[in-house]
Design a protein. Structure first.
Length: 477
């Protein structure tokens, strides 16, 4: 049996026993490279680079900031539906067809932006990109890579998703300089070509839905779950968790009736609003805006300088994600939440000083950490407050309310600019809701601890590391 297992491992190109030996280059890494390129080009173009175009589109199409933000916030709303659509397609259509479709449609939509001549064109393209790219690309990459890896699954998915930060850091200054020298329409054409050349060849040649499509097994398929855990934990230092692991069964039925859950949801809705306000308006805040034929100087910096600041911010985000995750483990939820609240508050505060060099730079530094509360926070805080039972369902609600907050933040900040011809009211509003966000999250942690104690006292059963109820067990403090 052992000899047969080793033979299969050598034939399939998957790791042999223990995951220590490999036969050549595992094909699944091509899927990771392809996912990285999709995130670095298609996803980055519509998520990380789109704020570079706000002021130019507003000026050329005769829009206001409020009208632009309201229209483009449709992307956030429709992306919720888009997630369900892409999830359905993943079960019906092969990965190569979806990857080619995402790349081709991203290219077409970017060309569409380059010839847009009316506000409704922008609204339509924002809605389509929200469904296909904002929601679709990230979900697609995560799910397909999961199919190919048992061992090193988390590393493979994280590596591919890091493409968005890498692409943003590289493309932001390039696109900013193209806008400054050749105009925003040509910049969209360049982005379209980059998406086509950077992602389409790998999608056509390498993408497959499952290892079996190439006669292979997932990476580490011959290993048991215990063997995988042993290999992945080897050499890692054991971190003493600041917050005790929740081992009592709480679940959705209990969560949905608790104030702790809904206070946390309110907190994440507010951090979603803060994130959207800064992401959408940051470039215009540093430069200038043309509305109704009148140039409104906001920060007075040129687009090239602003795009360099954005690029540096995206580089910092990569490190800040790791730092925040470690802080949740080592410092605990409350200290980490207070630090996250402070960075969101400080980011909005320094955005007010947009006519200086140091204001936008410090704002970007603090926001690089604050925005990670949006991405790292939901799954970590939910697990540490309520345990693993029904965690996927509950976390998806946190992500959904973040999207709702993002829509609100984009619209409110745009309307505030139209009224005051300045982003300062938006940043003051951001400072206020940063404090409210922090209060809600800290209160949620404290109430969740009381809820856990209550469930233990009531004799609720234990859950294992996967969130499954251990039958016949009783949780203890």
């Amino acid at each position: 049996m052992a000899e047969e297992q080793v033979a299969n491992g050598a034939q399939d190109g998957a790791p042999k026993t223990g995951g220590k030996e490999k036969k050549g280059f595992f094909y699944g890494w091509w899927i990771v490279i392809g996912g990285f390129m999709i995130m670095a080009t298609c996803y980055t173009a519509f998520v990380n680079c789109i704020s570079l175009f706000q002021a130019q589109i507003v000026g050329d199409l005769g829009m206001t900031i409020g009208e632009y933000n309201t229209g483009t916030s449709l992307a956030s709303l429709i992306s919720i539906v888009g997630t369900l659509i892409i999830g359905f397609l993943l079960d019906k259509i092969n990965a190569r067809a979806i990857a080619v479709g995402i790349t081709a449609l991203a290219t077409v939509m970017l060309f569409g932006y380059s010839v847009a001549s009316a506000p409704w064109h922008i609204y339509l393209l924002a809605a389509l990109s929200g469904t296909i790219i904002t929601a679709g690309a990230r979900l697609f990459v995560s799910v397909i890579i999961t199919n190919w890896f048992n061992l090193k699954r988390g590393f493979a998915v994280s590596l591919a998703l890091c493409g968005s930060a890498f692409g943003g850091a590289i493309l932001s200054p390039i696109v900013g300089n193209i806008i400054a020298t050749s105009g925003w329409r040509f910049a969209f054409v360049v982005l379209a070509v980059i998406c086509l050349v950077g992602s389409l060849p790998i999608a056509v040649i390498f993408f497959r839905s499952h290892p079996s499509d190439k006669g292979l097994q997932p990476y580490g398929a011959e290993l048991t779950e215990d063997e995988i855990k042993a290999i992945e934990s080897k050499g890692k230092k054991k971190v003493v968790q600041a917050d005790p692991e929740v081992t009592v069964a709480i679940g959705w039925k209990v969560m949905k009736k608790s104030a702790a859950f809904w206070l946390l949801a309110l907190g994440f809705m507010l951090v979603g609003a803060i994130n959207a306000m800064i992401v959408v308006n940051t470039i215009s805040n540093m430069t200038s805006v043309v509305m109704n034929g009148e140039t409104i100087v906001t920060g007075g910096h040129d687009i090239a300088w602003a795009s360099t600041v954005l690029s540096a911010e995206l580089v910092l985000v990569v490190f800040c994600k790791v730092a925040l995750g470690s802080m949740y483990d080592r410092l605990g939820l409350i200290p980490s939440t207070i630090i996250g609240t402070f960075t969101c508050f400080a980011a909005n505060f320094f955005m007010i000083f947009n006519t200086t060099d140091w204001g936008p730079i410090l704002g970007a530094v603090f926001f690089a950490f604050g925005t990670c509360v949006c991405t790292v926070g939901p799954s970590v805080m939910m697990t540490k407050e309520f345990g693993r039972l029904d965690i996927s369902r509950a976390t998806s609600i946190m992500v959904a309310v973040q999207s709702v907050g993002g829509i609100m933040g984009a619209i409110v900040s745009g309307q505030a600019f139209d009224a005051a011809l300045s982003f300062t009211p938006a940043w003051i509003f951001g400072m206020v809701i940063s404090v409210v966000m922090g209060v809600c999250m800290v209160a949620s942690v404290k109430l969740a601890r009381k809820l856990v104690a209550k469930q233990i006292a009531a004799g609720a059963p234990r859950v294992d590391e996967e969130g499954k109820i251990v039958e016949g067990s009783v949780a203890t403090a």
